[in-house]
Every structure is written in structure tokens, then in C-alpha cells.
Design a protein around this ligand. Structure first.
Ligand code: ADP
Length: 530
């Protein structure tokens, strides 16, 4: 199968969040399974020079954007069985930021979308499946349908749109978008690109794609409700039959405590003693008190309200009244930078915060911490909780989206679970969950160890989810064959795949280790532990 990913960021080239991890890990797994996988992304100035030096110029052409004609170069780099194409235009992507600051995001990603489609015949690649990720690629299925699909070089290409975070939709003025895209008025009605008076790139992608996926089964259900639906819940309900939640995996090689070169000492389930060294090193590095007996609660991630930091703000004094140390690594909203800066000053030697993008430090925190706090307001999938578990760091999460699908709260009656969680978006529920975890940390070492083992044993690889994507792709190709009068066997596709991952009280969707070890059927939310 020929698969093209179109995306605005991808590891190892450029990353601002989980999207880059997901595409960078999924593409090689699909390639390993024998598919021809190619990825197209912008050639940002931020891409490290060593990669730029490895790129080969394939072709250049001009892209028409309304009255403008813009240069577009396509540079190629092959890595891990995947061909990466970089869309080059220095005016749009040679800037000192990835997203946001220039006020012309609509034009940058309209350019990217047209460039991707124009490039296909020139690079000699006609994908069976064009898989667009997030709003930055949302226009591609729209333009494909409106301007390209009738041409032989594009006919029959099937499209998949993945929503990695519904909050970010790419909403712009209709006039500006029309100006650069040259789309007729009829495209800006509320069954197409228009949404509450504006042009909405993600909505366009959802309307025009053959299949829609999102990154966890629970989130797939949540976004069809008004609370989580970000004003697109009606559309998603209408397309319900084509919406599937596929849980993300993590790169099991990159995040491996047995092989990790960034951490003070490697360790495994069989001998976890290295984790204490990692903790000592982390405390020393961050200027925390050298206290092996005091648990470190860590947070790594974007400092945004999505991540539930308002709850932390509300009860931070209560948290710090406990015997704990707090570590935060993240970039984002100034109010949360202020919060953790204040805490660092107010609790010297007990709180450490770093407001940078530092992948090595992230590894050291995952390894050195005892607990990982993720009280998200919503969480499409979340990678950090899975990474934390891989390092034997116990997740404390709110039961939403992918957190609900990967973390099952410890149940002292059945023994099931792999972490601790709470349901309501409520600061004191979170505080209670922290206190509950502390109880087990201090008083029930045996339980703590079991939870660590379950996390470290769990299969968070892409294996199962990659198969689910392949099933979705096959389903589309079979549908295409049927349309063209060559009916084939109906595929075992997505509905069953969605069922496989269906969130339930049975616990984490793909956490096989936990599934095996815990009689999860009885795993209701645990009652008071102590
Ligand atoms: P999101 O995609 O919402 O940002 P995820 O949990 O899905 O959140 O993925 C976040 C990824 O980015 C994780 O791999 C996390 O370790 C990493 N990350 C986030 N902030 C930082 C940072 N400041 N430094 C290093 N890594 C970070």
C-alpha cells in the first residue's frame, strides 16, 4: 500500500508536542510492515543542520495562492525505511518559530496544502491513502476534492484525517482564506468549510475525508459530546460511522530504561536499583534536597490549561504540605510559568521548574521521579503517562481521553490497576488522589512495586495500533474497488478495531500486562484507601 502522511511536525526533525512523536514513530512501523510510507512536512529553519545536509533536492515549482506565485522546493531524505519530503519556502517556513506569531498561519498552511498536492505528480508518487494530520493539513482533503480529484494523477486517492487535538482547528476569516485558495463561495457554507462565521481548516478536513480517526477510543467518544466537542460535536456525531479512536503508542526504543543513554544509570524490572541513582542525580541536577525517602512528583508537558494546571494552582499549598518534592518541565502560558516560579522560590529545595524544551532532561525526569501527575481537563491520548509507566514512575491522572484508556486506578479490593486516578475536574479530588498514592508509596511498598512492574511490563508499542490503521486503509481501498465495480471481500476494518480498543471498566485499552494481571472486570473506581 502507498501511504502519504501530511503533517506539520515530525520527530526527529521538528517537534513541539505529541503530534511529532506519533507521526515519527508510526511511519517507520508501517514501513516495516511492507508499505511504501512517505511523509511530507514543511522545511522549517528549526530543522537541525545535520538533517538539512542529508536532504536531496527533488524538484521545484511555483504554487499559486490567489494572485501570488510562490517558490516551492521539495527536498528528500530517506530514513528508517520512510521517505521524508520537506516543503521548502523560506518566506513561510524559514522563520524563527514553528507556529503562531506571524498572523498569516492560514496562508502558510494553505501554501503547504497546495504544495503537497502539486508535488505529487512531480515526485512521481500517487498514494493509495493520503493521511492528513491536524488542522495544518486539514485543507488537503478539501482541495483534493475540489480541484484535483478529477485529474488522473489524483483520481481514487482515499483520505484519512486524524484529529490529534480538537481544540486546535485553524479558524480564520473567510475572506482571507478565499483570497489565497481561490475557492468558490459555495465551499464556505456551514456543511463545508464555514463554522460560526469563519473558515475552519479542521472542519474542512473532517467533512471531506473518507475516514476520521482520533488518538484514543475514549476521546473518539468524548468529542461527540458538547462538553468536549469544541463546537464540532454535531458534525462528528453526523459522521459517527466514520470516526475511530486508535490509541497512540510510544517509541519503545527511545523510552527504554534498560538502554537509555540520557539517564544516570539504566535499570530494568528485574533490578530497579538504578532508579534510585536516577532520582539522586535528578535531585542534584535540579538543586533539590538529597532525600531518597521523599517522593518526587513530576510533570512534563505543555503549560496549558488543557493539562489541568489550574487544579495544581488551586491546591499547591496543600500538596506542598505533604512530604513531597515537585518537578515541572514545560513551556507555555505565562500564568503557569509564574505559578511554578513562585513555587520554586517559596519551597526552596523542594520544587524545581524548568521552562525549556529539553528532551534529555525529560528522560531524566521520567526516570528519576516516583509519580507523574497529569490531571488534564481533556487529553486526546497523552504520551507522557505511558512514558512514565515505562520508567516505573506511577501515573496520577484524571480519567479522560487517552488517560482513561491507559491508566486504571489501583483497586485495593481486587488488586487491579496500574496507577491512580480521579474522575471529576476538581482540585480536591486530585489532592486526595495524590494523598492516596502517597499512602501506598510510604506504607505499602509491595503494592507500589507491583504497580511499577505493571507499568514497566506493559506493551505501549505501536504494533497493535499500526494494524488498526492498516485495517482502516484496507477498508477504504476495498470500498474503492467496490465503487469501481470490482467488489472484494468486506474488510474486517475499523468497527471491530474500534471495539478492540473500546474503553471500558475492563481497564486500559492496550495495556496488555495489566489486562493479564488484573481481573479488571471488577475494577470500579477504588474507594478510600486509607
Ligand atoms: P501534547 O501532545 O498534548 O503536548 P503528549 O503527552 O501527547 O502531549 O506529548 C508530549 C510529548 O512532548 C511527550 O513526549 C513529552 O515528554 C514531550 N514534552 C513536552 N514538553 C516538553 C519539554 N518542555 N521538554 C521536553 N519534552 C517535552
Amino acid at each position: 500500500m502507498k501511504i502519504l502522511f501530511t503533517v506539520s511536525e515530525c520527530v526527529p526533525f521538528v517537534k513541539t508536542g505529541g503530534l511529532a512523536d506519533v507521526v515519527g514513530a508510526l511511519a517507520p512501523v508501517l514501513a516495516e510492515k511492507g508499505h511504501d510510507v512517505r511523509v511530507m512536512l514543511p522545511k522549517y529553519a528549526a530543522i537541525p543542520e545535520n538533517y538539512v545536509n542529508q536532504m536531496n533536492h527533488v524538484v521545484d515549482f511555483e504554487v499559486e495562492l490567489g494572485w501570488r506565485r510562490q517558490y516551492c522546493g521539495i527536498e528528500q531524505l530517506d530514513m528508517n525505511g520512510v521517505t521524508f519530503y520537506f516543503v521548502d519556502n523560506r518566506y513561510y517556513f524559514g522563520r524563527n518559530y514553528i507556529y503562531g506569531l506571524g498572523g498569516d498561519e492560514y496562508e502558510r498552511f494553505a501554501f503547504f496544502s497546495r504544495a503537497v498536492l502539486n508535488a505529487l505528480p512531480l515526485i512521481g508518487f500517487k498514494p493509495d491513502i493520503l493521511h492528513a494530520h491536524d488542522w495544518q493539513a486539514g485543507l488537503i482533503p478539501v482541495l483534493l476534492n475540489a480541484h484535483y480529484a478529477a485529474l488522473p494523477a489524483y483520481s481514487g486517492i482515499k483520505t484519512v484525517m486524524t484529529i490529534h487535538n480538537l481544540q486546535y482547528q485553524g479558524i480564520f476569516g473567510i475572506k482571507e482564506v478565499q483570497d489565497v485558495l481561490g475557492l468558490e463561495d459555495a465551499m464556505f457554507t456551514n456543511d463545508k468549510l464555514e463554522c460560526f462565521g469563519a473558515a475552519n481548516f479542521l472542519k474542512g478536513g473532517i467533512v471531506y475525508s473518507d475516514e476520521i480517526t482520533t488518538v484514543s477510543p475514549s476521546y473518539a467518544e468524548e468529542i461527540q459530546t458538547a462538553y468536549y466537542g469544541e463546537r464540532l460535536d454535531g458534525l462528528l456525531r453526523a459522521k459517527k460511522a466514520h470516526v475511530t479512536g486508535v490509541l497512540n503508542g510510544i517509541d519503545m526504543q527511545e523510552y527504554d530504561p534498560m538502554e537509555d543513554g540520557s539517564i544516570a544509570r539504566t535499570y530494568s524490572i528485574a533490578d530497579i536499583s538504578g532508579k534510585a541513582d536516577c532520582k539522586r542525580a535528578l535531585q542534584e541536577q535540579l538543586g533539590l534536597q538529597q532525600r531518597p525517602d521523599v517522593p518526587i512528583i513530576a510533570m512534563v508537558g505543555r503549560l496549558s490549561n488543557q493539562k489541568g494546571l489550574d487544579l495544581v494552582d488551586y491546591v499547591i499549598a496543600d500538596i506542598m504540605r505533604e512530604e513531597v518534592q515537585l518537578v515541572c518541565l514545560g513551556m507555555g502560558d505565562s500564568r503557569y510559568v509564574n505559578l511554578f516560579s513562585w513555587a520554586e522560590q517559596n519551597y526552596p529545595g523542594r520544587v524545581a521548574a524548568r521552562f525549556v524544551m529539553d528532551h534529555q532532561l525529560a528522560h531524566q525526569i521520567y526516570a528519576g521521579a516516583d509519580m507523574f501527575l497529569m490531571p488534564s481537563q481533556y487529553e486526546p491520548c497523552g504520551l507522557s503517562q505511558m512514558i512514565a509507566m515505562r520508567y516505573g514512575t506511577i501515573p496520577l491522572v484524571r480519567e479522560t481521553g487517552g488517560l482513561r484508556d491507559t491508566v486504571l486506578s489501583y483497586n485495593e479490593f481486587t488488586g487491579s490497576g496500574n496507577g491512580f486516578s480521579f474522575f471529576n475536574y476538581n482540585a480536591h479530588d486530585m489532592l486526595h488522589t495524590i494523598q492516596r498514592a502517597l499512602h501506598y508509596y510510604f506504607n505499602k511498598k509491595d503494592v507500589w512495586q507491583i504497580l511499577q512492574e505493571r507499568g514497566m511490563n506493559a506493551d505501549f508499542s505501536w504494533e497493535q495500533s499500526a494494524e488498526t490503521y492498516i485495517n482502516i486503509y484496507h477498508g477504504l481501498l476495498n470500498a474503492k474497488a467496490a465503487e469501481s465495480g470490482k467488489p472484494t471481500r468486506k474488510p474486517p476494518v475499523k468497527k471491530s478495531a474500534a471495539k478492540d480498543n473500546k474503553p471500558s471498566d475492563d481497564g486500559p485499552a492496550k495495556n496488555k500486562a495489566t489486562e493479564k494481571k488484573t481481573p479488571a472486570k471488577k475494577a470500579a473506581r477504588p474507594k478510600e484507601a486509607n
